[in-house]
Design a protein around this ligand. Structure first.
Ligand SMILES: [Zn+2]
Ligand SMILES: [Zn+2]
Length: 292
């Protein structure tokens, strides 16, 4: 079984929900018979990620994320980084430092989760985001590999670059049209296409992206379930998919598409109809089954 739990479902500026980061869990059987998954993966860990995880560890079924009242960071085995915005990477400094300095007495060795991402994303992540807080250590300096084991994905490999969980669930990345400096895809940002090799079922996770139905429609159509970035209000030159644009997708796709990355106005009456137009807004801190 493969499940997904959003730590938060909010936009970069949301205050009523945490940032849109998600916990993927891979199970041999499932949460009904296992206390913890066999493997797991965070999709992004933004500025509000640590507080979101602090809440999630107290939710029934997520006790394995708790250790003596605080977050058990070593329980997070892998982190995929979709792109470099702070709502997706701003919690990684805490995760790295906590693994190195708070939890190293537990297993003897420092926990070094696997950090997964496109080569350019990971290089910029260290050089431009993480190095400022993680390089200096008492009497020493550190590099990214002191905190993480690194899995670089080269996006131009055949069939899309990727990785697997439990030798069954395949994750491949695809570039998203999120923020374009001069030309499409020139600022690296990625979504995930997930395949269950047991039966060929697929799922689509958009990552941060403009509306790009032309590119994504084969994946959206074939998938069992879709999770799509949404911006509720229209604006000129958006860097997210507008709700008004997502409404133009065919009914059969909308009905299996959950929306996330929404702002704090989601519960205004004008958006009540979203529950009928789509699979609905993703609810935070609720475990959804992707593949049985
Ligand atoms: Zn974002
Ligand atoms: Zn973004």
């Amino acid at each position: 079984m493969l499940t997904i739990t959003f730590l938060g479902v909010g936009s970069a500026f949301a205050k009523r929900n945490f940032h849109s980061n998600a916990l993927i869990e891979a199970w041999t059987n499932g949460p009904h018979t296992q206390k913890a998954p066999d493997d797991n993966l965070l999709i992004d860990f933004g500025s509000t990620g640590p507080l979101a995880l602090h809440h999630l560890k107290n939710v029934a079924g997520f006790e394995y994320l708790s250790s003596q009242g605080r977050i058990c960071y070593p329980a997070i085995k892998r982190v995929f980084v979709s792109h470099q915005h702070a709502d997706h990477v701003g919690g990684l400094e805490e995760l790295a430092l906590a693994n190195r300095f708070l939890h190293n007495s537990h297993g003897g060795e420092n926990a070094r989760p696997q950090l997964i991402g496109d080569t350019r994303v990971l290089q910029s992540l260290w050089e431009q985001s993480l190095k400022g807080g993680l390089r200096a250590m008492e009497g020493d300096t550190a590099t990214m590999t002191d905190y993480f084991s690194i899995l670089e994905l080269e996006r131009n490999t055949p069939n899309g670059a990727g990785f697997q969980l439990l030798d069954r669930y395949g994750f491949s990345i695809f570039p998203t049209d999120h923020l374009c400096i001069q030309q499409r895809h020139d600022w690296p940002s990625f979504g995930l296409h997930i395949t269950d090799s047991a039966n060929g079922d697929t799922a689509f996770f958009s990552g941060d992206t403009k509306f790009d139905y032309e590119t994504y429609s084969p994946m959206l159509q074939a998938a069992k379930v879709n999770f799509h970035d949404v911006q509720l209000r229209d604006q000129p030159n958006p860097v997210h998919a507008l709700l008004s644009e997502l409404r133009t997708m065919p009914e059969e796709i909308r009905q299996k598409t959950y929306l996330y990355h929404y702002d704090d106005t989601w519960d205004q009456p004008e958006y009540a109809v979203v529950q009928e137009e789509f699979a609905g807004f993703v609810l935070p801190q609720k475990r959804y089954v992707i593949f049985d």
